[in-house]
Ligand binder design. Structure first.
Ligand SMILES: [Zn+2]
Length: 106
């Protein structure tokens, strides 16, 4: 698998990406990226308004980043920290399936 780490010139600076095959992968922490339905995606009670706004903004930005990448023809996969920690084999398989399901390098 060929990829570049830290792609600052792509929207959202994906953690892994391959321009030629046009895919991008994000590895997201559940708290900072407000993983939907995840027990770790809590909003702190202290300074609740501040956190609610900040985390909602993070989530909004993530959605915009995915939309921007898809508009450039990228396929995008997000891997969540809780999934990797719960079952890293399953997370790795999901990643492999994602990478294989795209156009192959010639
Ligand atoms: Zn999570």
């Amino acid at each position: 698998m060929r990829y570049r780490l830290q792609n600052r010139d792509l929207p959202g600076s994906p953690d892994f990406a391959n321009r030629k095959q046009r895919w991008a992968v994000f590895a997201h922490g559940c708290f900072w990226h407000a993983h939907p339905g995840c027990a770790r995606a809590t909003i702190p009670k202290r300074n609740h308004e501040f956190w609610a706004t900040k985390l909602a903004r993070n989530r909004q930005r993530d959605a915009e980043v995915v939309a921007a990448l898809e508009a450039e023809g990228f396929r995008v996969l997000t891997i969540w920290a809780c999934e990797v920690e719960r079952d890293s084999d399953s997370a790795r398989r999901a990643l492999e399936v994602f990478l294989r399901s795209g156009p192959q390098e010639t």
